[in-house]
Design a protein around this ligand. Structure first.
Ligand code: GLA
Length: 479
């Protein structure tokens, strides 16, 4: 056994490890130049687009299910929808292939190749179709002997070849999964792919699933190192089509926010997985909640749904310009959970450019709309006067001071999301979205503080004032 240091990663190589012998690994590492920085200038704001996996999985039976199977038709259909239904202009630009696109065998030249029946035109052709519509193409590969669904993997000796192949096809984004590999192969393979992508000379955004395979948290995962080799990374479990799944992901990211939140920033993002809005598992309130909380978390806005049959309600949530603007804020500071009330209300906060702030009030209750009362002072905002815009109702609330007791009516498993201040709209950076008359003075005092809000600041009793319906959702109540 011996140790190798490359940049900040220390590899302890055990000749008995599965896969390559250590001499081959050593030769590979010797080819990696000293610096570890991923300096590709990409994803200064979280990626936006569409990905096949959560909705379409590994449906490869195009004879029985031609409309929904993983085939070039599916990705062309989605590219058509993104470019014709107003998504591209809002920033949703990536069309991403996930697992199950490959042929079961590499070609005679050793290269990955798409399944010839389902992708008869080839990936380069599909990339052209997507580029012609002003969109970008993402693809999936797996660091290991096979993908999670058993298609050919990228073993260490194939990393460079696969990167070259993707670049030659015109791929713009790689999701690099980690099934069927051991920790040593992963710790070598992920930085190697980062280098290999850079060597192609083509700007290819790089999404690493490495942390999810290492438990997601320090000390197993070194997030400052990861920020130097990947543009984003999956930290945790796969999302499924249910509110329970959204809640468990949110709770994991929030519980571990001290470790995760500082890791995010322009060019390097945490990825709590796809938006499932528009599928079968979320009510409209829950769909708003996922959108709001993914915006607070500076998460990729990558939908996995059927854009051909999306309801108007789901579309309105996913196309909410203010929620998108919050997500795409150029400062790129990931938000945090500020409070967990005993009454099952949680408060989330994200600081934005130009001293703007976003707040989300989330109800994890299961009874009825809950009237939640608080003041900005109690949320650690400084003294001053504020106006707030309710992102989903479109109402503006003026006349708030830090000590005003405001009331938000939050539906069960729903949110109220507010923003104050001037907001830059993400993908159209020149176009600042200004809410008329919004005034903001100062920033919350806890801007620079590490998480010190582990417990509730205030305790809302479950048997508190009887909830009542309001016309608006955000009102100024009596102190
Ligand atoms: C893993 C990933 C998913 C998806 C599947 C495909 O589970 O986490 O996002 O890519 O593999 O097999």
């Amino acid at each position: 056994m011996f140790r190798i240091f490359t940049g900040q990663v220390q590899f302890v190589l055990d000749p008995s490890a599965e896969g390559m012998g250590y001499f081959q690994v050593f030769l590979l590492l010797a080819l990696i130049p000293g610096s570890t920085g991923l300096d590709n200038g990409l994803l200064r704001t979280p990626p936006m687009g569409w990905m096949a996996w959560e909705r379409f999985r590994c449906d490869i039976d195009c004879r029985k299910d031609p409309t929904n199977c993983i085939s070039e038709k599916l990705f062309r259909d989605m590219a058509d929808r993104l470019s014709e239904d107003g998504w591209r202009e809002l920033g949703y630009e990536y069309v991403m292939i996930d697992d199950c696109w490959m042929s079961m065998q590499r070609g005679s030249d050793g290269r990955l190749q798409p399944d010839p029946d389902r992708f008869p035109g080839g990936i380069a052709n599909l990339a052209r179709y997507i580029h012609d519509r002003g969109l970008k193409l993402g693809i999936y590969a797996d660091m290991g002997s096979a993908t999670c669904m058993g298609f050919p993997g990228t073993t260490l000796d194939k990393v460079e070849l696969d990167a070259q192949t993707f670049a030659s096809w015109g791929v713009d984004y790689l999701k690099f999964d980690g099934c069927h590999s051991n920790a040593i192969e992963q710790l070598i393979g992920y930085p190697l792919m980062s280098k290999a992508l850079n060597w192609t000379g083509r700007p290819i955004a790089y999404s690493c699933s490495l942390p999810a395979y290492l438990g997601g948290l320090p000390p197993n995962v070194n997030y400052s190192y990861l920020g130097n080799i990947c543009n984003l990374w999956r930290n945790y479990d796969d999302i499924e089509d249910s509110w329970a799944s959204v809640k468990s992901i949110l709770d994991w990211y929030s519980t571990n926010q001290d470790d995760l939140q500082p890791a995010a920033g322009p060019g390097h993002w945490n990825d709590p997985d796809m938006l499932i809005i528009g599928n079968f598992g979320l009510s409209l309130d829950q769909a708003q909640a996922q959108m709001a909380l993914w915006a607070i978390m500076a998460a990729p806005l990558v939908m996995s749904n059927d854009l051909r049959t999306l309801s108007a309600d789901a579309r309105a949530i996913l196309q909410n310009r203010v929620a998108i603007g919050i997500n795409q804020d150029p400062r790129g500071i990931q938000g945090r959970r500020l409070l967990q009330e005993l009454g099952h209300i949680e408060v989330y906060w994200r600081p934005l450019s130009h001293s703007a702030n976003a707040l989300v009030f989330l109800s994890l209750r299961q009874d009825m709309p809950y009237l939640y009362r608080n003041s900005l002072a109690n949320l650690n905002f400084p003294a001053g006067s504020f106006e707030a815009y309710d992102v989903f109702s479109g109402k503006t609330l003026s006349g708030l001071t830090d000590h005003t007791i405001f009331t938000v009516s939050i539906n069960p498993s729903g949110v109220v999301m507010c923003v104050s201040g001037q907001l830059f709209y993400g993908s159209v950076k020149e176009e600042a979205v200004k809410f008329p008359g919004l005034v903001f003075s100062g920033r919350p005092k806890f801007t620079q503080r590490n998480n010190s809000h582990r417990g509730p600041l205030t305790q809302t009793s479950l048997s508190g004032p009887a909830p009542r319906q309001l016309h608006g959702r955000l009102t100024v109540g009596a102190a």
